[in-house]
Ligand binder design. Structure first.
Ligand code: CMX
Length: 434
């Protein structure tokens, strides 16, 4: 067994009695009551999901395994000559809650390198799709087309104990994760670079190989590492994480589950917002003949957008009530590497103007930027100008979090998810409406 799998197993054995005790001795303790507004309003704020992998505090932002974003970046082993950690070491950390040593990290790097080759039929399937298909649809299809590789599905069909289900889920998750950079880069080179895929370099790490297969020089390898880690996990209640978990709760394997989660990420209110930000900004610049708008022009554009009933992409959040630290982490990168980039300057100007406008507008509970407000600008700077591709990058990162979660869900034996519905009649009766 690898050190990662060994540590994970030890952690699973530690956690299992906690779940059993909570269920047996404290199962009737109430966590929350649900109001009519919450039942109709997308279950906002109702505490009914469990994960130890990340926690999202409305004021502070996300913590991965108890660590803030800067603490996470500082703690994990770095790729020599790079400023950001190995994605593989982050995977170890997300799964186990333990910061791996360099040796443990390099063991995962080697393990992922061995799992990396993508079956040819995946590329053939991608090539058979219409070239103008959205890259998120291509990614989702490429993931589900590999379902026949699932070790979980095979072992489940052969018959296995509930306590062992985590093992093939872990194996599928590692196999799938290791292949995602190559699949994502293939989609990019096929669709936007005249069908010129670049083969993987077997010596490189997850982020380094992704940058290499995209054909983009350093520091894009660090951009990739930073980006994948920042987008990995945000508790279990967001659409992509919840969808993946929901599908896996029916004991569907990681391929079916992640493909479903990727579909959820494709909505403009979720992951697709990163492409919408650039589309929105550039449409303003086009109207100004390529010039940067002034603060006054930007303010008018914000009001025009709001008055036409559209949302300001990249702003607001269902849980956060302050600037997203994932936005701040990317801002720090931009200050260092692209302080004079026109689009970045515009994003900074927007950060100055938009919260004030949204507050005055008075609808959004959170007028501050989220992760998507900044991310497209960095990608654009390094030559990825096809903004419909940005959500694919989000998806590769998000896979780390959701696959870690469904591995743990199987380890702790969480059951099929099945909330209860009621009718509007019943609700009116409960509310005392005659
Ligand atoms: N621009 C304009 N209006 C906004 C807004 C924004 N950025 N954010 C929220 N609102 C509006 C909502 O549409 C809602 O209006 P209605 O009452 O007419 O339905 C009202 O303010 C209250 O919404 P809320 O409680 O503050 O926010 P929600 O939890 O309902 O929605 C989110 C959260 C992210 C969908 C919303 O803020 C939004 O649409 N933002 C823009 C899209 C975006 O950036 N999404 C990415 C989020 C991060 C991610 O998942 O990737």
């Amino acid at each position: 067994m690898s050190q990662l799998k060994d540590t994970l197993f030890r952690k699973i054995e530690e956690q299992r009695p906690r779940v059993t005790r909570l269920l047996k001795e404290y199962g009737q303790v109430e966590l929350d009551k649900v109001t009519i507004a919450q039942a109709i309003g997308g279950v906002r704020g109702v505490k009914c999901l469990v994960t130890d992998i990340s926690y999202l505090d409305p004021e502070e932002g996300v913590r991965f395994r108890g660590k803030t974003i800067p603490e996470t970046f500082a703690a994990l082993p770095k790729v020599p000559g790079s400023e950001y950690p190995y994605v593989e070491g982050f995977w170890y950390f997300l799964l186990t809650g333990e910061v791996p040593t360099m040796e443990q990290t390099l063991e995962v790097v080697a393990d992922f390198q061995a799992r990396r080759p993508v079956p040819q039929y995946v590329f053939d399937a991608l090539r058979a799709m219409p070239r103008d298909l959205h890259p998120m649809a291509m990614l989702s299809a490429a993931i589900v087309v590999m379902q026949g590789e699932s070790i979980f599905a095979k072992r489940y069909n052969e018959g296995m104990g509930k306590g062992d289900l985590w093992d093939p889920m872990y194996e599928d998750s590692c196999n799938l994760l290791a292949k995602l950079p190559a699949i994502a880069a293939y989609i990019y080179r096929l669709k936007y670079k005249g069908d010129t895929p670049i083969p993987s370099d077997p010596e490189l790490d997850f982020g380094g190989d992704f940058a290499h297969m995209m054909g983009i020089a350093p520091p894009y390898d660090d951009v990739a590492r930073m980006y994948f880690i920042l987008h990995s996990d945000h508790e279990s209640g967001n659409v992509s994480a919840h969808t993946t978990r929901l599908v896996a709760s029916a004991l569907a394997d990681a391929y079916y589950s992640l493909s479903a989660g990727v579909n959820g990420l494709s909505g403009p209110l979720h992951g697709l917002a990163n492409q919408e930000v650039l589309r929105w900004i550039q449409s303003k610049m086009e109207k100004l003949g390529g010039k940067l708008p002034t603060e006054e022009e930007l303010e008018r554009y914000l009001w025009d957008t709001l008055n036409s009933g559209q949302v300001i992409p990249g702003y607001g959040h269902a849980v956060l009530r302050r600037t997203d630290p994932r936005f701040s982490a990317q801002m720090e990168f931009c200050e260092k590497y692209l302080p004079n980039d026109d689009l970045y300057r515009l994003v900074k100007m927007l950060y100055k103007v938009a919260p004030k406008v949204l507050q005055e507008h008075g609808k959004a509970r959170n007028p501050w930027p989220n992760v998507d407000a900044q991310s497209g600008v960095i990608q654009w700077h390094y030559g990825i100008t096809q903004y419909e591709y940005y959500t694919v990058l989000f998806a590769v990162g998000r896979a780390l979090g959701v696959l870690a979660n469904i591995t743990w869900d199987r380890a702790l034996g969480y059951p099929l998810e099945r909330p209860k519905s009621i009718t509007l009649d019943m609700m009116e009766k409960t509310a005392g409406i005659q």
